[in-house]
Design a protein around this ligand. Structure first.
Ligand code: TUI
Length: 314
């Protein structure tokens, strides 16, 4: 099977990372993705440190392959969570919604590969200078907390601005998306929404059903500048729209959003909960094991690359 330098960097078989989605990407999903040759990632979100330690242990019990933890930089527990990943010698840490600069030395000294998620060229350059191993360039097509630039526009700009490997995220759910990301200069991809519908994903079945039912125009961006969050259209989305119409502050928006991701992911409240999903939700058509998802995507990407090679007269 084809490989990229990201496979060597992370010691994985396929250059496909599973997004570290808070409340969705638990140890079960991360273990399944890693065991199948991708990089499974536990989403720490706002969870307390002991929860994270438990999920890391679950992965270690299920597979010897490398895996990751995503640290959400708005978490009130961020300092303790950094302590847990260092103590547990987690192979890879991805970071989101903030600048991990102040923890970098500690993580690197523990032998951890650090791969921040960035949504701008400026932060990408700053983090490369600080010595991160690779970057995930995340376009605004993805679900959850998003930046303002699309994957198509962001990835090549970050690729041009840095010398370390770039992994593309946002709007990728199949082999065509993987081939497109490689065409833009990325050396790997991260996919979140597609893995929500992995058989091993422990998220509430209502959440999976909502993703499977979604059409092309069914996601909406809620929140205010700097705090945009993409979710599936539902009653909560309408409440956000009402707040926006009356010009509410981002603090009010954040208050409405508080606890809503857990409500959707754990309790299955897909009406008033926050069903975070990307714009490619409509491409996700069935629930199947992580291994089957990875194998299908790798084969599809290869087919696309062969077709393009022929087009180029190779
Ligand atoms: O983090 C994400 N996506 C997320 S986190 C999340 S949990 C949540 N729960 C409730 C409400 C809101 C969020 C759901 N989805 N993606 C990674 C990402 N990071 N996208 C954009 C950024 C980012 C933004 C600003 C990274 C760095 C940054 O830096 C600011 C600075 O300090 O320079």
């Amino acid at each position: 099977m084809w490989r990229t330098p990201v496979c060597e960097l992370l010691k994985i078989s396929y250059p496909i990372l599973q997004g570290g989605m808070a409340w969705v990407a638990t140890g079960e999903l991360a273990a399944a993705v890693s065991a199948a040759g991708g990089l499974g990632i536990i989403g720490a979100g706002n969870a307390p440190p002991e929860w994270l330690r438990g999920e890391i242990r679950k992965v270690k019990e299920r597979t010897d392959r490398p895996f990751g933890v995503n640290l959400y930089y708005m978490s009130p527990y961020i300092e303790e969570l950094v302590g847990v990943v260092v103590e547990e010698k987690v192979p890879v840490v991805t970071t989101g919604a903030g600048n991990p600069g102040k923890h970098l030395l500690r993580l690197k000294e523990a032998g951890i590969k650090v791969i921040p998620v960035v949504a701008s060229v400026a932060l990408a350059k700053r983090l490369e200078r600080l010595g991160v191993d690779a970057l995930i360039a995340e376009g605004m097509e993805c679900g959850g907390h998003i930046g303002e630039i699309t994957t198509m526009a962001l990835v090549p700009q970050i690729v041009d601005a840095v010398s370390i490997p770039v992994i593309a995220a946002g709007g990728i759910a199949d082999g065509r998306g993987v081939a497109a990301a490689l065409a833009l200069g990325a050396q790997g991809v991260q996919m979140g929404t597609r893995f929500i519908c992995a058989a091993e994903c422990t998220v509430h079945s209502n959440y999976k059903e909502a993703v499977l039912k979604a059409g092309d125009r069914d996601t909406v961006v809620t929140g205010a500048r700097g705090h945009y969050v993409r979710i599936l259209r539902n009653k909560l989305a309408r409440q956000f729209e009402e707040l926006a119409t009356r010009g509410a502050s981002w603090e009010e928006m954040d208050k409405l959003g508080a606890g809503k991701l857990r409500a959707a992911a754990v309790d299955g409240d897909v009406e008033y909960g926050s069903v975070m999903a990307g714009q490619i939700a409509a491409l996700v058509k069935e629930i199947k094991p992580a291994r089957a998802i990875l194998e299908e995507i790798m084969a599809e990407a290869q087919e696309v690359m062969v077709r393009l090679g022929k087009l180029a007269g190779l």
